[in-house]
Every structure is written in C-alpha cells, then in structure tokens.
Write a protein that binds this ligand. Structure first.
Ligand code: NAD
Ligand code: DAU
Length: 357
C-alpha cells in the first residue's frame, strides 16, 4: 500500500469534511487534497482558515453534479482516492424541501461514480489501490425499538427523504462495485458532534440558544435516542478504512454513546451553568427546555454495532461522551464569533471576498 495519495474530498467545507481536511493536513502531510465544495448554506471556507492553497491543498468551488467539472478534475489532478462527504445533510430540511437531497445525494454521487469509473477504467492514475470511499449514515437502517443494534447486514429501511436519498446513493456505490469492479468502500456512521457543526443541528443549536436565553426546542417527548460520536474519532475511522479496509465492504462507525435527546440538552445546559455561572435570570439553563411538536416520521432510536471495524481495522472511539461534550462546549465558547456569523449570515463574506456569488 502506497503512502502518498491524491484525495478528492467532496464537501470539505462542511462539518465533517472540514474536520477531515484538518486531520489530513495535520497528520498526513504527504496526502494531496483537492477539496470540491459547492459552498451551499452549510459550506464555509472559514472552517479551513489557516490551511493555505498550494501544491498539497487546492480548493475548487463547484457542484458534484457537474459531470464535466468532476471528470476534468479526475484527469487534471490524477485523483486516486475519493472521500465523498458532500451531501444535503439535515433531516428537517429534507422534510420541507426534498428536491436538493435527491439531486445532490443521488445524482451527485452517481456523477462522481461515473467520473471515477471512466478515469480509473482507462488506467487513470495507474494505481492498484484507487479507492472511492462513500461516507453514509446509520439512518439508512431505519429506526430501532428499545433493544438491538444496526450491523452491516441490517436491511435498509430509510424513513425520511434524507435517509432515503443516502440509501439510494449507498445502493449505487455497491452497484458500481458489483457491476464494474469499481474499488469502493462504504461507511455508515452515527451522529457526529464537535467543532464547526452548523448551528441547525441539535448540539450547536442548543449551545447557541442557551447563550442567548432562547428556548431549547426538544422534539416530541425527548426520548429519541442517538449514538453520539466525536467528529475527530469519525475522521480517524475514515483514515483506517482507507488504509486497512477492503473494497466492496461496508463499515459501521459509532460512538458506543447512546443518549436520549433530553439528556444531551441537559448536559449542555449544565456544563454552561458550571463554566459561566447562572444566567441573569438566575434560573438554570435547563429551564429553557421547551417540548415542541415532533419531527414528522421521527426515528426513535439509532444504535451502532461497531464491532466489525474494531475487529478488522483496529479502530474504536477514543473520546468519551463526557470528555467530548466538554471539548465541544469549550470550542463553541472560544468560537462564538463563528456561530454568530453563521446565524446572522455574515459568514458569506469569506467566499464573497474570493468569488462572485
Ligand atoms: P454538512 O451539511 O455540514 O456539509 C455538507 C457539505 O457539502 C457542505 O460544505 C456543502 O457546501 C457541500 N455540498 C452540498 N451539496 C454539494 C454539491 N452539490 N456539490 C458540492 N458540495 C456540496 O454535512 P456533514 O454533517 O459534514 O456530513 C457530511 C457527510 O457525512 C454527509 O454525506 C452526511 O450524510 C454524512 N454523515 C453525517 C453525519 C453527521 O452526524 N453529521 C453522520 C453520519 C453521516
Ligand atoms: O445519525 C446520523 C445523522 O445524524 C446524519 O446522517 C445526519 O446528517 C445528521 O444531521 C444527524 O441527523 P439527526 O436528525 O439525528 O440530527 P439532528 O441534530 O438534527 O437531531 C438530533 C436529534 O435531536 C433528533 O432526534 C432530532 C432532535 N432534535 C433536533 C433539533 C434540531 C430536537 O429535539 N430539537 C431540535 O431542535
């Protein structure tokens, strides 16, 4: 297995993608990165501030659905590895507007697969270890009752337009392995948290609302369960799959941290109370919790059995939920401007300075 790679990272300006690019720059300096990102509402160049453009890192503003652009990148940059994060990722948005999810998550993945197939079929980089790693979600497996875990053989049963679009893309990726022999690998991961997450997602939303004395919306009865994984652990799992995984295989990635939503919200409130003292109201921040109407089709429980990646690739999460939440709250406290600029929309100035959009 060679050490050097030229990696096309799609969605490298998103939450997980940016953490992944940062990890590669810090720890895998001889991997060249081409970051292809459309800079949707969720993409933000400020996440990559400090990473300079040059021989080892290039940012390309573009759409994964643009077949000509993607094909040209494979040839011009001699891409040998793809780590495909780019997606519409927010379940609530998929309920109110599913079209972008179908386009990016399904058509975009198809476009990348075609470009990889055509480039690598022709000899492409001439490497035997080309790899197309598709980053997917545990949501493709549907919803669990109070017991049991998702394994790699659990039947797909997606319930939201988001998870259905991701399941479709997973099927396409597997089809390209069986039909064309494309060297693909899949990962299905649980809920990530950590630095640079867009404040529409539960954890940064609760942080931001708590800091401003706003109500903390908890859907339904707050007893839905998610398995929380610190984002750096996820990024390291992806590197392990690239380095040690097998083509045609899927790997479930989870944090062994099942928590009810209400507990997650309460933990954030309590950490803030401890670090900052009570707010002016004199009331603990958990008093801001407000039960609101449930998400349509809200999956009750996700839980990952991550024993395959542990046994075969020697990866397991390093950051406990308690330590990860402390680190995350500290990061958001130190980076309140980052959250504020997203909430007020001024973050777009970073790409407006560079591009006419
Ligand atoms: P995100 O929404 O934070 O970022 C998505 C990125 O993709 C953004 O930078 C956006 O600009 C870019 N993008 C969107 N459409 C594009 C297009 N058509 N062309 C090019 N770029 C485009 O998402 P995230 O939370 O970082 O998730 C990344 C991937 O991981 C997704 O595929 C998601 O399904 C998967 N995943 C996420 C989680 C999680 O907890 N966040 C868990 C499991 C799997
Ligand atoms: O499981 C992996 C998935 O995790 C990823 O595939 C998705 O891309 C990612 O967005 C995430 O999906 P969720 O829907 O689980 O994440 P979200 O942060 O939106 O919600 C987490 C839980 O909290 C979920 O049960 C809904 C609930 N929730 C969410 C919000 C935004 C609330 O109760 N109140 C809220 O305001």
């Amino acid at each position: 297995m060679k050490n050097k790679r030229t990696v096309l990272v799609t969605g490298g300006c998103g939450f997980i993608g940016a953490n992944f690019v940062r990890l590669l720059r810090e720890e895998y300096g001889d991997w060249r990165i081409i970051n292809l990102d459309k800079l949707t509402y969720a993409g933000n160049l400020k996440k990559l501030q400090g990473i300079s453009e040059g021989e080892m890192y290039r940012f390309v503003k573009g759409d994964i659905c643009d077949g000509a652009l993607v094909a040209e990148l494979f040839v011009a940059e001699q891409i040998d590895t793809v780590v495909h994060f780019a997606a519409e990722s927010h379940v609530d948005r998929s309920i109110t507007g599913p079209a972008d999810f179908i386009q990016t998550n399904i058509v975009g993945t198809f476009t990348l697969l075609e470009a990889a197939r055509k480039s690598w079929d022709k000899g492409g980089t001439g490497e035997e270890n080309n790899c197309f790693l598709h980053v997917s979600t545990d949501e493709v497996y549907g919803s669990l009752g109070s017991t049991g875990f998702f394994t790699e053989t659990t039947a797909f049963d997606p319930r939201s337009p988001y998870s259905a679009s991701k399941a479709s893309s997973d099927h396409l990726v597997n089809a390209y392995f069986h039909t064309y022999g494309l060297p693909v690998r899949l990962t299905n991961c649980s809920n990530n948290y950590g630095p640079y997450q867009f404040p529409e997602k539960l954890i940064p939303l609760v942080f931001n609302n708590s800091m401003h004395g706003k109500s903390l919306p908890v859907y339904g009865d707050g007893k839905n369960v998610r398995d929380w994984l610190y984002v750096k652990d996820h990024c390291e799992a992806i590197v392990a799959v690239l380095q040690k995984g097998q083509n045609g295989q899927c790997y479930n990635i989870g944090g062994n941290n099942e928590k009810e939503n209400l507990e997650v919200v309460t933990v954030i409130c309590d950490i803030l109370d401890r670090k900052l003292g009570l707010p002016e109201s004199g009331q603990p921040r958990r008093s801001l919790i407000t039960f609101v109407e449930d998400r349509l089709g809200h999956d009750r429980r996700y839980a990952i059995d991550a024993s395959k990646i542990k046994d075969q690739l020697d990866w397991e999460p390093q950051v406990t939920f308690e330590a990860g939440m402390e680190k995350t709250v500290d990061w958001y406290l130190e980076n309140q401007d980052w959250v504020r600029e997203i909430v007020d929309g001024s973050y777009t100035k970073y790409y407006k300075q560079m591009y006419t959009v």
